[in-house]
Write a protein that binds this ligand. Structure first.
Ligand SMILES: [Zn+2]
Length: 243
């Protein structure tokens, strides 16, 4: 498929809360065109739910904001297993993951961007108050750092090798702030169709996987059905005891 790299915002869209918020911000506030990118991982238990959510969200946008629907380009589906591997990215990612916990998706998202020669690919990492969070790590050691003045240049350039392809448009927004902006702009019917759980139980959010626990802890617990939410609270409590 032909991608217009210059005149659209390239957005990694998972159908989740943060990236759907960003999609709405682009088309409804900035009134720009967006090229959503969805990376297909056939082993993902939530693949079907995410693809359904992507369809439902687009249908709802069409109902509620018909004037904006044409700003969404046909989704670019990329097969994860067909991506080529660049050794430099692989090596830098290994170094970063030996230092701290870092999601493996960032490596293949970088490989994908490198493969297609993309820049400014929007990745929706939200503001996180936890000082040890990935968002804070990337802010403190990369986004808010001037490479000519920073004390750990090696770290800066290792991060740069993996993350130079990306732009982080919602990194200063908490999930709850997105919720209030969504309410003010009548986006909530759309936002409530987002899918976040990685291990759905009877087609409902499980409460216990990482994205479910993050949803519960970060002020959006209403998105997880009550019984599963309680399981989530128990797991969060147990994790805290373990430290
Ligand atoms: Zn879950």
């Amino acid at each position: 498929m032909e991608i217009d790299k210059k005149n659209v915002n390239l957005l990694l869209w998972t159908s989740g809360w943060d990236s759907t918020f960003r999609l709405l911000q682009i088309i409804l506030m900035e009134k720009k065109s967006v090229q959503p990118i969805y990376i297909v991982d056939k082993n993902r238990k939530s693949l079907k739910n995410e693809l359904e959510a992507i369809q439902k969200i687009q249908d709802k946008i069409k109902d509620e904001f018909p004037e904006a629907i044409d700003l969404i380009q046909p989704i670019w589906f990329v097969e994860k297993e067909n991506l080529t591997e660049n050794d430099e990215i692989g090596f830098a990612f290994q170094q970063l993951s030996s230092m701290r916990k870092i999601g493996s998706q960032y490596e293949w998202l970088a490989q994908f961007s490198h493969h297609y020669d993309l820049k400014n690919v929007e990745i929706s990492v939200e503001k996180n108050l936890d000082l040890n969070s990935f968002g804070n790590f990337i802010k403190q050691n990369y986004l808010e750092v001037n490479p000519s003045e920073c004390s750990d240049k090696k770290l800066y350039y290792t991060i740069d090798t993996v993350f130079k392809y990306f732009h982080f448009p919602v990194i200063y927004l908490l999930k709850t702030k997105m919720l209030s902006i969504a309410k003010e702009n009548n986006w909530l019917n759309i936002m409530n169709l987002t899918w976040f759980c990685h291990k759905p139980k009877n087609n409902l959010p499980c409460g216990k996987c990482n994205p479910c626990m993050a949803t519960i802890e970060k002020g959006l617990s209403y998105r997880v059905p009550l019984t599963n939410r309680i399981l989530g609270y128990i797991k969060i409590y147990k994790n805290k005891l373990k430290g």
